[in-house]
Ligand binder design. Structure first.
Ligand SMILES: [Zn+2]
Ligand SMILES: [Zn+2]
Ligand SMILES: [Zn+2]
Length: 147
């Protein structure tokens, strides 16, 4: 487990420190996405004097290195998610319970065609994320509205 994190950090030329490992472990243990404050609260159990700005910085460096992804949430707050799936894929994000599911499908190719043929431009990268309610939250919503 720790060896895996070590190789991820090494790929970014980042030193393996107990803090970075702890941060990755916290994100890895979570089935859904976390805010920097959530991560900070959990980190503080082990690193008492740790400040929130450091957590922000550590999360951002991992995001810039493509190790963790940033979730674009309708509440406009910042959230991060760690995913072990290294294939190109996209995420379904439950806006209610914070669950994240992998969508092993990419519509980028077809949209690229629209850019090249329609706009005559060139695609450099794309961001795709589906926001919604997961199956459990859909059931809960149904239970509430039936009453
Ligand atoms: Zn949900
Ligand atoms: Zn994923
Ligand atoms: Zn894609």
């Amino acid at each position: 487990m720790e060896l895996y994190f070590h190789s991820l950090l090494k790929g970014l030329n980042l030193k393996t420190t107990p803090r970075r490992i702890a941060l990755l472990e916290i994100l890895d243990d979570e089935q859904g996405y976390l805010s920097p404050e959530d991560v900070w609260m959990r980190m503080k159990r082990k690193f008492r004097s740790l400040g929130l700005p450091t957590v922000y910085r550590n999360l951002e460096e991992l995001h810039e290195g493509n190790i963790i992804s940033r979730v674009i949430h309708p509440d406009r707050k910042l959230y991060y998610y760690f995913c072990r799936n290294e294939e190109h894929h996209h995420h379904f994000v439950c806006v209610s319970c914070r669950r994240v599911e992998d969508l092993n499908f990419c519509a980028g190719r077809e949209m690229e065609k629209l850019v090249v043929e329609g706009i005559r431009g060139r695609v450099l990268s794309h961001i795709l994320q589906i926001n919604g309610l997961c199956s459990e939250c859909v059931l809960k919503e149904g239970a509430v509205s039936d009453e």
